[in-house]
Design a protein around this ligand. Structure first.
Ligand SMILES: Nc1ncnc2c1ncn2[C@@H]1O[C@H](COP(=O)(O)OP(=O)(O)OP(=O)(O)O)[C@@H](O)[C@H]1O
Ligand SMILES: [Mg+2]
Length: 286
């Protein structure tokens, strides 16, 4: 895949949250003082139980929400400055949790063309981006379909295509696997990896551990607080904290622990490949 970055400025962090507070009703804080910075080119997974604040955080990254207090800086742009809103959205594309919110026209290919049209691109460029995006999500056969007649998973693919056609530097995906079948999920996983390898910063909200382990960094939200941050190995090996924050302990960690309880010396790992290697090593010493 070609390098799809629009700028080469590696030193500007992709996203910075500086003590961000946000509340929907003025009483209950959905975000209670979030500090984070995501490096450009990183693949980040955001985890947390229902209602922990993940979608609220995501909507701050494309300036749909602005903080009640604190600041969000995307590609060096302060999202609370109204002059920056369109620029922020050019830099950071978002695939929403509910794809119905993302459909704006009555024909799939027009829907995908909507973003690039707003960027003021030539008709030829728009056509080629729409075709490429449809092909990337394996939805070429649905170019002339009515978006509202598609299944949830198909709509999600179209929403991903709409963002790809804009070629943003940062892509935020809010549970893209939720409506997809296992094959569709594998497709999106592969696509996220390819996009990340092409230099795009990927911020993925997910409930699936097998998606989170692909990330360079995992952050965990709990009741509007950022409570864990680290590599997948660091975050997923802290079973006690995972339970406290209502997260599932990955199978590889649970299985390793069961073996260790029985006195079998095996490395603690989240990787199925490493676990497989360890089991083969043990077998060869038996
Ligand atoms: N439109 C809204 N109006 C009022 N409160 C809201 C609204 N949307 C979310 N909230 C509240 O804000 C908090 C965070 O919600 P958010 O949608 O960010 O959670 P989430 O982590 O994305 O959850 P899920 O895993 O279910 O998608 C929750 O307590 C929720 O009830
Ligand atoms: Mg959500």
């Amino acid at each position: 895949m070609p390098d799809m970055r629009q700028t080469e400025n590696e030193s500007t962090p992709a996203v910075v949250f500086d003590n961000v507070i946000y509340s929907y009703d003025g009483v209950k804080n959905a975000l209670r003082g979030i500090d984070l910075d995501f490096e450009s080119g990183d693949f980040i997974a955001i985890l947390g139980g229902n209602g922990s604040g993940k979608s609220t955080l995501a909507k701050h990254i494309n300036a749909l929400f602005v903080p009640d207090a604190g600041r969000v800086i995307v590609a060096g742009l302060d999202t609370s400055d109204p002059d920056n809103i369109f620029l922020v959205r050019e830099h950071a594309g978002m695939v929403f949790q509910n794809p119905d919110n993302q459909m704006v026209t009555s024909v799939v290919e027009e829907d995908i063309a909507f973003g690039p049209e707003n960027l003021g691109l030539s008709p030829e460029e728009i056509r080629s981006r729409v075709d490429e995006a449809l092909k990337t999500v394996a939805m070429q056969d649905y170019a002339r379909s009515v978006p509202h007649n598609l299944s949830g998973g198909q709509k999600q693919r179209i929403a991903v295509a709409g963002i790809l056609a804009m070629r943003p530097e940062i892509i935020v995906l809010d549970e893209p696997g939720a409506m997809l079948d296992p094959r569709g999920r594998r497709g999106v996983r592969r696509l996220m990896r390819e996009l990340n390898e092409a230099g795009i910063t990927i911020i993925l909200i997910t409930h699936f551990m097998e998606e989170a382990v692909l990330a360079d960094r995992v952050v965990v939200l709990y009741e509007g607080h950022l409570v864990m941050s680290g590599t997948p190995d660091e975050v997923f090996s802290d079973e006690e904290k995972l339970r406290t924050y209502k997260l599932e302990v990955p199978f590889t960690i649970k299985f390793g622990n069961l073996l260790r309880e029985r006195g079998i010396e095996i490395e603690k790992t989240i990787s199925t490949e490493v676990l497989k290697g360890e089991l083969c090593r043990l077998r060869s010493t038996m």
